[in-house]
Design a protein around this ligand. Structure first.
Ligand SMILES: Nc1ncnc2c1ncn2[C@@H]1O[C@H](COP(=O)(O)OP(=O)(O)O)[C@@H](O)[C@H]1O
Ligand code: SF4
Ligand SMILES: [Mg+2]
Length: 357
């Protein structure tokens, strides 16, 4: 499927290669709103995105731009008062809007699961890790032939997240460090053997050493379990290290999506993404250099006219404050929402190759 006409910066062979992999999660024109009437805001505004089997897809953007809300929508668990007010999410071609509550409950955990932001602070302090696992296994008896098999699989997961099962199984949360708890949270999310896991800011609350360890572990899990990983972050250095694909959000909208290579090396890149890359701290002989993006993310209840990034954009021109730029391209490959960037792109017709999923 293409968005508003097909535009691509990829070579035909690259397009074919990524089209061959199945789309597992697909978001189409999704809008998630908070509040009613005049006071309502669209935390996610007409976002379209396709995640292929085996991708490590990063959802990136500054605080408040809708990353967590989009992540919740990927499991149909947007917390009230938020609600989906447009578009849909599909898992392996099945729309959540057409699934029963039971089907959705069966899907969550067993096919797609989530590690919530600050999951390490959400453990029940009065029961051990082992007891939590056994409770979960009792609630999902269909997942394993016996509780012992389930326990053995969890211990295998603990090994994969580089934790000693003998030490962790009988432990209470107060006996584990923050980094250990985050790794237990990841193992718990994988207990029912989902093929897709969504992680919200998995490294944010950790020190540098633990951040690095989590990135290594996620790479191992991707390789060893064949997982598709979708993770939310505001840190482009983490994206460069871990992700194969990136979706960049700004004030509720998707402004660019593509492979990491496309986005980091592209000549045609959204000015916000260029500014984000420029804001990564660099260490030079003269010291630490940080170039923050001037201005502020707009209040979602008082968006500027036209392009939401216009008040901060060095390339803004009159058209930018008159019309919101459409996301042009192909959500399976490279798409950008910018009048100036898209003026320079070659528009091509949709073809059979881009529809192969
Ligand atoms: N519980 C809530 N009540 C009202 N508005 C909310 C709530 N949660 C999120 N929002 C709105 O959605 C926007 C996006 O939030 P969120 O998805 O948490 O952003 P991010 O994860 O990118 O920091 C917020 O800026 C806010 O306007
Ligand atoms: S549409 Fe205009 S204001 Fe928006 S990012 Fe592109 S150049 Fe900047
Ligand atoms: Mg968030």
């Amino acid at each position: 499927m293409t968005l508003n006409g097909a535009v691509s910066t990829e070579e035909p062979s690259q397009r074919a290669a990524s089209s061959e992999r199945k789309t597992v999660v697909e978001v189409e024109d999704l809008t998630v709103s908070f509040g009613q009437g005049r006071g309502s805001v669209r935390a996610v505004d007409q976002v379209s995105l396709a995640v292929h089997a085996g991708d490590i897809c990063a959802i990136v953007g500054e605080s408040g731009c809708g990353k967590s809300t989009l992540a919740y929508a990927l499991l149909d668990i947007v917390p009230p008062p938020g609600r989906v007010t447009g578009g849909e999410v599909r898992f392996k071609d099945r729309s959540y809007s057409k699934m029963s509550k039971q089907e959705l409950d069966d899907l969550r955990g067993a096919q797609i699961s989530m590690v919530f932001q600050a999951a390490m602070n959400a453990f029940n302090p009065v029961i051990t890790v082992g007891t939590q696992v056994m409770h979960r296994l009792q609630a999902h008896r269909e997942a394993f032939a016996s509780p012992a098999e389930g326990r053995a699989y969890f211990e295998h997961l603990l090994n994969l997240v580089r934790l000693p099962p003998k030490r962790v199984w009988p432990a209470y949360e107060s006996q584990l460090s923050g980094g250990m708890k985050q790794r237990v949270a990841i193992a718990l999310a994988l207990l029912l053997r989902p093929s897709v896991v969504v992680l919200d800011e998995p490294t944010t609350a950790l020190d540098v050493l633990n951040q690095r360890l989590i990135l290594e572990i996620l790479k191992d899990l991707h390789r060893n379990l064949g997982l598709t990983i979708i993770f939310v972050t505001h840190d482009l250095a983490v994206v460069a290290e871990l992700a194969s694909r990136v979706a960049v959000m700004y004030a509720g909208r998707l402004v660019e999506s593509g492979t990491v290579k496309e986005i980091f090396s592209a000549e045609r890149r959204h000015p916000y993404v260029t500014a984000l890359i420029g804001s990564i701290p660099t260490v030079l002989d003269s010291g630490l250099h940080i170039s923050p993006i001037p201005g502020q993310v707009p209040n979602l209840a008082q968006l500027p006219p036209g392009c939401r990034f216009a008040p901060r954009c060095p390339l803004a021109r009159p058209l930018c404050t008159q019309a919101e730029p459409p996301l042009l391209g192909d959500e399976h490959h490279h798409a950008v929402a910018c009048h100036v960037v898209n003026e320079h792109l070659q528009v091509i017709e949709p073809d059979e190759g881009t529809a192969g999923r």
